[in-house]
Design a protein around this ligand. Structure first.
Ligand SMILES: Cc1cc2nc3c(=O)[nH]c(=O)nc-3n(C[C@H](O)[C@H](O)[C@H](O)COP(=O)(O)OP(=O)(O)OC[C@H]3O[C@@H](n4cnc5c(N)ncnc54)[C@H](O)[C@@H]3O)c2cc1C
Length: 416
């Protein structure tokens, strides 16, 4: 009789860190043979590839391309998908409490639950703003745009609060989506946009914002948000600006569920982990992505998909190593560069000192992200769709050149 106990690996959160860890682990022969059981707990039924969320505003991509269902992504693997909200994590007793009051126990745990919008004390903030992190946010934004369009007004004004990558990318995409109909204001309380990103990216971003008529308000504090206006303060001046829509993209913070954990944390509520990505004092728990910070690093890693994705591969290897009694490896982050979409079909890529801007940047960024999509099958489907679109454009381009040449020839015939 086989008395070997199945090892339970529980992965909480199906985002960049959790889903990719589960997928890497699922290739392990012990998982395939059933000795190890992976359970992925996630509240949504769709994964979301956030870097491409902007493309849904302009219709450059379709929802299925960036938000495939977990059912589709996990087909053919032995990962057990558990669509529930995690309510409580008991690290000492190795128990997870779900919203249906069921509990899961684990031998190894991966925490990949991400962060949430940062809310600050600005009157009217929670009531009157839209946010931009999830598919639900996107639906609300699209509904608002649709409503504003039905008003048939000549002039609209949109305020975007937060001058990080989110705010800049959103400003450019919205300016393109609303074309000449709307004035976009990008507001930040700091003295520059895109803090921490390269000079090349900042320069290209300012150019893209300027050419779209986006007005950048720096050193500007938002004091109050009303239903149809915002009160802002810059220098000595306080003014009330009428606006039709306000979008809040000014940062993220740790979730209360994570802050409530009985373990070492930073002052901002990030979980402290060692260089092997294990929670301090809990070697069976791996904490990844936006919710964690490596304890001995002077500078914290950025909260990006790039970090989460690289950590997923390291965590999967370390979980296998710990179970098999092999030495664990330290995580070494390799910064491959930064990419920002700066409007319809346009992007800036900055990698190893090289900047590629414009439509070529747009194509390369799209390709780079397609190759980062979770499974090969999904990658190929999106790639095929992209190839068809590009092929169509190239064909149209050459057809227009030929038509022009033929047109010129025939007109020159008449002139003779
Ligand atoms: C609009 C946007 C654009 C971005 N663009 C880029 C970019 O271009 N490049 C880049 O590198 N990064 C980008 N990021 C940042 C990137 O998305 C995050 O850094 C990355 O997703 C972090 O991965 P994670 O696994 O830590 O968290 P997430 O990917 O956020 O995953 C967390 C998962 O946990 C689930 N979850 C949360 N709480 C619970 C619960 N209680 N119960 C069950 N499930 C739960 C969530 O539904 C989610 O699926 C962008 C973010 C946004 C919002």
């Amino acid at each position: 009789m086989n008395t070997k106990k199945t090892i339970n690996i529980c992965v909480l959160g199906g985002g960049f860190s959790g889903l990719y860890t589960a997928l890497y682990l699922s290739k392990n022969p012990h998982v395939k043979s059933g000795d190890w059981q992976i359970t992925l707990v996630e509240r949504n039924d769709n994964f979301l590839f956030t870097p491409l969320l902007y493309e849904l505003i302009t219709g450059e991509l379709q929802r299925w391309e960036i938000a495939p269902t977990y059912q589709k992504l996990l087909a053919g693997t032995s990962i057990k998908f558990c669509q529930h909200i995690v309510k409580k994590i008991d690290l000492n007793n190795r128990q997870i409490k779900l919203d249906n009051d069921n509990s899961l126990s684990y031998d190894y745990l991966v925490l990949g639950l991400g962060t949430q919008n940062r809310w600050v004390d600005i009157p009217g903030l929670k009531t009157h703003v839209l946010t931009f992190r999830t598919l639900k946010d996107l639906e609300q934004l699209q509904a608002k745009i649709h409503y504003l369009e039905t008003l048939d007004r000549k002039h609209l004004r949109v305020a975007i609060i937060g001058g990080g990558p989110n705010g800049v990318e959103l400003s450019c995409k919205l300016a393109d989506r609303l074309e000449k109909q709307a004035e976009v204001l990008l507001i930040d309380r700091g003295n520059q946009i895109l803090k921490g990103l390269s000079k090349g990216i900042r320069k290209a971003s300012y150019r893209a914002l300027g050419s779209r008529g986006v007005q950048v308000y720096l050193n500007t504090n938002v004091e109050t948000i009303h239903e149809n206006s915002i009160t802002i303060n810059y220098g000595e001046q306080t003014i009330n600006v009428p606006v039709d829509m306000v979008i809040w993209v000014a940062g993220t913070e740790s979730k209360p569920l994570i802050q409530s954990l009985n373990c070492q944390q930073t002052s901002s509520g990030k979980l402290l982990i060692n260089s092997r990505l294990q929670l301090i004092d809990y070697p069976e728990v791996f904490a990844l992505g936006d919710l964690a910070q490596i304890s001995n690093k002077n500078k914290s890693l950025p909260g990006t998909a790039q970090v989460a994705y690289q950590q997923a591969s390291c965590a999967a290897k370390n979980i296998a190593a710990i179970i098999e009694g092999k030495p664990l490896k330290s995580f070494n982050y390799l910064h491959l560069g930064d990419m920002l979409t700066l409007g319809r079909r346009t992007a800036i890529i900055s990698s190893y000192g090289i900047n590629i801007n414009g439509q070529i940047g747009g194509i390369l960024r799209r390709l780079a992200y397609i190759f980062r999509l979770p499974t090969m099958r999904h990658r190929l489907q999106v790639l095929r769709n992209f190839g068809q679109k590009i092929g169509l454009k190239i064909r149209r381009f050459f057809r227009s050149i030929i038509a022009n040449l033929l047109g010129q020839k025939s007109s020159s015939k008449y002139l003779k």
